[in-house]
Design a protein around this ligand. Structure first.
Ligand code: PGA
Length: 249
């Protein structure tokens, strides 16, 4: 089953989230061909979880801290959000890596924390334009993958979702072509196979992210190794997110 995840980033007030759900929920089709996930800002989590109860959508978060609790002013623990009912967490989004200087080893600890807490990690990886143009795409993807997943068992890999998000395509309107994305996905899958075996790599969901919208999602989803999408800007409007999750109709 494909997975379509909305990443709201630092968007939406309480009233705007309510307005979104007022349109989104009544228009959700009764049967969906994909898992639908939304990651709102932390303060919206409680009300989003209440609204999503008994509906075919899963609510999660955009980040967690690697420690269980402690003196980390301004941070939020995995056990807090898990206890509230969050199902998943993004980890290592390129905005966290670039703007908040998250390192590979920090990301690795967060993956461990998420797994330990029972939150499904969505590990985000992706190269910058400069890295792609200098021929270093594969090297970068491999490094980000292995840094983040080092020490994971096959069982742990089986619980993870991977998101390939080329940094040059995020929020720029420049989406990777389905073929370009497919090539990167295939590369990531083959690296997982080398380290953790065919069985786990063939079932690992790999989402594509970067300027996905209602017009380009279908062609992306038709690629063999693209198992879903991580959607930023186009997940903010209920109409656009509804068309994305029904890309097949
Ligand atoms: P975008 O963001 O869809 O707005 O490009 C994707 C993401 O950052 O996850």
């Amino acid at each position: 089953m494909k997975i379509i995840a909305g990443n709201w980033k630092m968007h939406k007030t309480f009233a705007e989230a309510k307005e979104f759900m007022n349109v989104f929920l009544p228009n959700l089709p009764s049967s969906l061909e994909c898992r639908v996930l939304i990651a709102p800002s932390f303060p919206l989590l409680g009300s989003m979880l209440d609204r999503a109860q008994n509906r075919p959508i899963e609510i999660g978060v955009q980040n967690i801290h690697d420690h269980e609790q402690g003196a980390f002013t301004g941070e939020v623990s995995a056990s807090l959000v898990k206890g509230m009912g969050a199902k998943f967490t993004l980890i290592g989004h390129s905005e966290r890596r670039q703007l908040f200087h998250e390192t590979g080893s920090f990301i690795q600890k967060k993956i461990k924390r998420a797994l330990m807490t029972g939150l499904q990690p969505i590990l985000c990886i992706g190269e910058t334009l400069q890295e792609r143009e200098s021929g270093n795409m594969q090297k970068v993807l491999k490094m980000q993958l292995f840094e983040a997943l080092d020490g994971c068992s096959q069982d742990e890999i089986a619980q993870i979702i991977l998101a390939y998000e080329p940094v040059w395509a995020i929020g720029t309107g420049k989406q990777a072509t389905p073929e370009t994305a497919e090539e990167a996905h295939l590369f990531c899958r083959s690296q997982i196979a080398i380290k953790w075996g065919e069985a786990v790599s063939s079932t690992l969901p790999i989402l594509y992210g970067g300027s996905v919208n209602a017009a380009n999602v279908k062609a992306l989803m038709q690629q063999k190794n693209i198992d879903g999408a991580l959607v930023g800007g186009a997940s903010l409007s209920p109409e656009s997110f509804l068309s994305i999750i029904q890309y097949n109709y």
